[in-house]
Design a protein around this ligand. Structure first.
Ligand code: SF4
Length: 62
């Protein structure tokens, strides 16, 4: 499983980084980046939750 983010569309709300900090972190430019590849099995559920709750739907987890 891999997490990708269309970073141009990220509005920096921070929700994904607080929901699943193992996978998502705020980068220096204020937008989120994925910090693991692949997503650890133990974080798959929370990564999917972060994807589902992103207000601008820029996260893909597959
Ligand atoms: S939930 Fe979406 S908009 Fe919010 S920080 Fe994460 S990627 Fe960006």
């Amino acid at each position: 499983m891999k997490a990708t983010i269309d970073r141009k569309g990220c509005i920096s709300c921070g929700l994904c980084a607080s929901t699943c900090p193992v996978v998502f972190r705020m980068a220096d430019d204020g937008r989120v980046e994925a910090c693991t590849d692949p997503v650890p099995e133990s974080a798959e559920d929370t990564a999917a939750e972060a994807r589902d709750n992103c207000p601008v739907s820029v996260i893909t987890v597959e």
